[in-house]
Design a protein around this ligand. Sequence first.
Ligand code: EPZ
Length: 432
Amino acid sequence: MSKTKYIISGGHPLYGEVNISGAKNAAVAIIPAALLINGICRIENIPQISDVTLSLKTLQTLGAEIRTINRSTVEIDCTGVQNAKVNYDLARKFRASYYLIGAMLGRFGLAEVPLPGGCDFGGRPMDQHIKGFVAMGAEADVQNGFVLAQAKNGRLQGAQIYLDIVSVGATINILLAATLADGLTIIENAAKEPHIVDLANFLNSMGADIRGAGTDVIKIRGVEHLAGGCYSIIPDQIEAGTYMAAVASAGGRVRINNIIPKHLDCITAKLVEMGVTVEEGDDSVTITRTGPLTRANVKTMPYPGFPTDMQPQIAVALCFAQGTSVLTEGVWDNRYRYVDELRRLGAQIQVDGKIAIIEGVDRLTGAPVQACDLRAGAAMVIAGLAAHGVTEVNQVYHIERGYEDLVGKLSRIGADIQILESPEETEVSQVG
Ligand code: EPZ
């Protein structure tokens, strides 16, 4: 396990500009979707993060040809992919490997994919994914750590599926399986995240027939095959929100470029409520925080609600807000493992189940802390930027799965943050 850490000397405001990369959760859904395409697809604005590296590597082990065109563009050719068991060690390192089930089922009518990894939020079931596959005529079982799924008569059939819970992963997996199925599939109570719309737009640009993505009813009419093409991934609204929370916490004025402001509406509204100034451009927002922050209540919900993937980051900003704030996690059973680390910096937070009561403090002071998972790690960096003194963030391999060049981007807006390399190999571990 890598011992690389970040050393942050905090307590001063941030000034300058930062450019947002492509969306991690769109990229890790679009890459396996290439399996459905009979030809070459060029994907642009792909983020340089470990989740993407793992996704591409996993496709390669199945026989896909991957050509790197430049830092943010790859070409994927899955024409020669044979149906095979997906590599166990690779797949269990990240959550999105389970999208290969829907893609392999859709292409071959058969899938043998290891159960995925994933940040530990107190259980991450897949029952809704399996419900969708079974409704489309597959038999699905878990054996020896693998999900085995097979279409009864060789090809999935369109079906009407009502999700019991709004699930991003299940919506994406069923959408992938339905794209080449025989007939019409309707997903009701579907998730509406921007990256689901991005996946549907990608597949439609290759010849699919998907309507309603971004609403809670998605209709997929199966087609015979998808041709190749070119597609650019949307910007990452969680990366953008993370920088917004950093400015809210440390103070300063930063312009955040290459974003879709609409995707940030809920984050912007909450920060404005807390006293932050947000100026919106066509593809940028400028965040200014010079005065005190005001307390607020936050409840994380499926899109377009306040995103759960911004929960640890907003918690740090609330630590500096005058008064008592109430933070409620509405998606995951336990996404507060990072609170004990924040307490090392002087945070005053009480957690009771899904609710965190946060008392604003005048300052946090630097200390060694650990990144427990991807977004919690980002929150530790934000806390270190705002805390007085030196903060050491350990286990940064979690962070480097979802944030491209975090240290470089922060340094360019005035942060004093250094990477302390370690001799060990960087091992990729479970991710969100
Ligand atoms: C995706 O996870 C994201 N990961 C997560 O982001 C994000 O937190 C989550 O969506 C919610 O937005 C990726 O896109 C790779 P869900 P996913 O299925 O798909 C329950 C990050 O930081 N559920 O929407 O696993 C589940 O327990 C990561 O980038 C079932 O009960 O989340 C949860 O309570 C962390 N049965 C709720 O639904 C199922 O079959 C939402 O989960 C599936 C889910």
